[in-house]
Design a protein. Sequence first.
Length: 115
Amino acid sequence: MLNGVVLVSYIKELRDKGASLSEAVSRGSSLRLRPVLMASLAAAIGLLPASIATGIGSETQKPLARVVVGGMLTAPVLVLLVLPALYQLVHGRLGARAFLRRTMESEMSSPVTGD
């Protein structure tokens, strides 16, 4: 979850600096690729022994470790692919709505001339 928050805040920072929506999303995702993958893989590799253990007490640790390892392996896919796509979809629509709203307001505020 923290990786997603960092990615969205970085995309927002790029947008504030003047980058277009698609440029900010692609640059933000590509620059956050290595940190997200390293954090997730480190946690997954650290719990891998617990997920394949066969010793005493492993019956209780194995299911939780497998779930955490699975989550750590699927989280980067969601953070790096799904989150940027959703961000672009939502903010693209919001940007279009804001543009339409400004256009409508400017048309309504301009004086109507009768010819």
